[in-house]
Design a protein around this ligand. Structure first.
Ligand SMILES: NC(=O)C1=CN([C@@H]2O[C@H](COP(=O)(O)OP(=O)(O)OC[C@H]3O[C@@H](n4cnc5c(N)ncnc54)[C@H](OP(=O)(O)O)[C@@H]3O)[C@@H](O)[C@H]2O)C=CC1
Ligand SMILES: O=C(O)[C@@H]1CCC=N1
Length: 273
């Protein structure tokens, strides 16, 4: 992607943990020069420190007029961390927050009237360029600002623009947190394989390969509903049908997932206060 404006004016990253770091890796791999990046993080990882030799500005002075500032601290830390960037508010710097819960209004109050702010919800597959990020801007973001945010986020995966900020709670619960559910599925399948007598290493590698392969198949058959892909595996009277009778029973996986995602969305709404 084109990073021209960001490379020229700079990008500030507030918080470089798992998600901020994943996105930074994607941007640097995509051609953003390290010298255009300023990271503020009190306990930088060794990997981040290693980027200083390539020109990355770690915990140094802020650029005067960066194109974009990414807010990637935990929502609980946002209030304490934001004042570091307050001087960039109300002007030409576009803010992009990936924090769960924290609303555009809360960020706007902290950063000052007229600050262009985009709220985005990515997920960790961004680390391998396979994230999915939903985004929405406040009233101060113009079309060019939204394009800039979308360009940056599309460097680490797919993007989708939304029209209603409150949708972010459900999106956080579904795709933001979703990779954890899939990793738990791998763990659960492996544990069940062990319970059936398989060696742990074999069970783990079978479970992981199955999820990876099923994901790739779902991607290559993008027009085919997931329900059809499931039916394709299910021989009448066979083994899959026996398992699905358990998984699809009342209070089975569908109900469980519904309750899990409702709990995550409720937590996202709680984090807004
Ligand atoms: N992880 C995920 O899958 C996703 C996370 N998010 C959102 O991304 C944000 C970050 O999450 P995640 O990366 O998991 O969290 P991490 O804890 O891994 O990263 C946050 C980073 O911010 C640092 N930090 C803490 N205080 C400050 C400060 N005052 N100034 C600068 N940096 C600070 C932390 O340092 P220290 O460790 O020393 O506290 C840490 O390195 C959250 O708001 C979360 O809601 C969104 C989508 C997915
Ligand atoms: O667990 C969390 O709160 C963050 C937001 C989405 C994924 N991780």
């Amino acid at each position: 992607m084109e990073f021209d404006e960001v490379a020229r004016r700079g990008l500030v990253l507030l918080g470089c943990g798992k998600m901020g770091g994943a996105m930074l890796d994607g941007w640097l791999a995509g051609g953003l020069p390290a010298s255009a990046v300023t990271v503020l993080d009190p306990k930088p990882s060794a990997g981040l420190e290693a980027r200083v030799s390539a020109g990355l500005n770690l915990n140094g002075e802020l650029p005067a007029d960066p194109a974009v500032a990414i807010l990637a601290v935990k929502p609980q830390m946002m209030g304490a961390a934001l004042p570091q960037l307050a001087a960039l508010g109300g002007g030409g710097t576009l803010f992009v927050s990936i924090a769960a819960g924290t609303t555009l209004a809360t960020l706007g109050d902290a950063l000052g009237a007229g600050t262009p702010i985009v709220r985005a919800m990515p997920n960790t597959p961004a680390a391998v360029g396979r994230g999915i990020t939903a985004l929405i801007g406040n009233a101060s973001v113009d079309a060019a600002g939204l394009d800039l945010a979308e360009n940056l986020l599309s460097a680490v995966g797919r993007t989708v623009r939304i029209d209603t900020e409150s949708e972010i709670d459900a999106i956080t619960a579904l795709s933001g947190s979703g990779p954890a559910y899939v990793f738990l599925l791998i763990e659960a399948m492996a544990a069940a394989g062990v319970a059936q007598g398989l060696a742990p290493e074999l069970a783990q590698s079978l479970a992981r390969a199955t999820v990876i392969g099923a994901g790739a198949l779902a991607e290559s058959a993008a027009e085919t509903p997931a329900a059809q892909l499931r039916t394709d595996v299910t021989s009448p009277g066979g083994t899959t049908a026996a398992a699905l009778q358990v998984l699809m029973a009342d209070e089975g996986l569908v109900d469980l997932m519904s309750r899990a995602i409702a709990a995550a969305a409720a937590r996202s709404r709680e984090l807004a206060v």
